[in-house]
Design a protein around this ligand. Structure first.
Ligand code: XIL
Length: 322
């Protein structure tokens, strides 16, 4: 292919994709397109707590090791996603009986075992993912219920103790939720003020072709104003925003999709200072492996590559913005 014109060759910051180790091992085309275009990998699921510590004290490293080894051979970096997330709580944790000290120990041990194993190999982590509800209150996760809202700060401290060099992120989806946005900014500023070791904000960016440019701009600008690193950590753009079951792709939709990718890249470059540009990561590689197809049970084409990993119009739109 025209390898000079790949995403990673054009961008002045890392370009990532969230990766599934089974697909990587079984699909040569997936692997080749990943290596050609990306220089960063996010662990889609394999480093989440339910996968990496499915039973108390039983850590399963195989999949995350495979991604780390592949990344090393391919000259890519690995972004660890995610240490603490309310969705990825294994049953043994849901059913755990213990006082707040026992809960604290459980959380700390998890974080430090995982971060410690990949010290110097996984150089950045989403420490806590999605701690807030849309109304800006804390999500009533097991962590919040047993440990109170300051569990978030302690997660960062524990991760930092395990690998003082790792860059630590708070990751969240906000688009169009002003109360949540305010709560996230308040958290970030509070952590900074208290010298809690936080380095960056992960802005998920699961958006649609109808997401207003102004809202993308104002969200990214507010994060940039914190002075933290800004990672667009899970970018995908739904072409079927109404989740229609009779969805048909038209040329107009393809153009709108390509333009939105270009706009996101341009906003990122214009609003985030180069020193804060941690990178942009796509959530999955091709349309066939997008989690949105399973999550929404309707057709969609949210990514830059089609079902067989050919470049789409949106690929070229994104390149134009980079
Ligand atoms: C998703 C994965 O892509 C799916 O395969 C899994 O079934 C559920 O989690 N926001 C996040 C990611 O922070 O962890 C989610 O990943 C997608 C939404």
């Amino acid at each position: 292919g025209d390898s000079n014109n790949t995403l990673k060759a054009v961008a002045s910051f890392p370009i990532g994709a969230s990766i599934n180790p089974q697909l990587l091992a079984s699909n040569a085309r997936y692997k080749a397109v990943l290596q050609e275009n990306y220089n960063s990998i996010s662990t889609e699921n394999c480093a989440k707590m339910n996968r990496i510590q499915p039973k108390a004290g039983q850590f399963i490293w195989t999949d995350t090791d495979a991604l780390v080894n592949f990344a090393k051979q391919s000259n890519m970096k690995v972004h660890g996603h995610t240490l603490i997330w309310h969705v990825a709580v294994p049953d043994w944790v849901t059913n755990f009986q213990g006082d707040s000290l026992a809960w604290e120990k459980l959380m700390k041990t998890h974080i430090q075992t995982v971060v410690g194993r990949y010290k110097g190999k996984i150089k950045s982590w989403d420490v806590v993912n999605e701690a807030f509800e849309d109304d800006g209150t804390y999500r009533k996760s097991v962590w919040y219920q047993h440990l109170g809202s300051d569990y978030v700060a302690r997660c960062f401290q524990y991760a930092h103790e395990a690998d003082p060099e790792a860059l630590l992120f708070y990751n969240e989806f906000v688009n169009g939720r002003p109360k949540k946005q305010a709560a996230v900014l308040a958290l970030l500023n509070d952590l900074k003020k208290r010298n809690i070791p936080i380095n960056g904000i992960g802005v998920q960016m699961h958006i649609t072709i109808n997401t207003p440019e102004a809202s993308i701009l104002s969200e990214i600008r507010q994060y940039a104003n914190t002075g933290l690193l800004v990672h667009l950590s899970e970018l995908d753009i739904r072409m079927n925003p109404t989740l229609s079951k009779t969805f048909v792709v038209t040329d107009a939709l393809k153009s709108a999709h390509a333009l939105k990718y270009k706009t996101v890249a341009q906003i990122y470059r214009s609003v985030v200072t180069s020193g804060q540009q941690f990178g942009i990561t796509n959530w999955n590689l091709g349309d066939a492996d997008s989690y949105l197809r399973t999550a929404n049970t309707c057709e969609d084409h949210p990514l830059l590559f089609d079902e067989t990993y050919n470049r789409k119009l949106s690929y070229y739109g994104f390149i134009q913005g980079l």
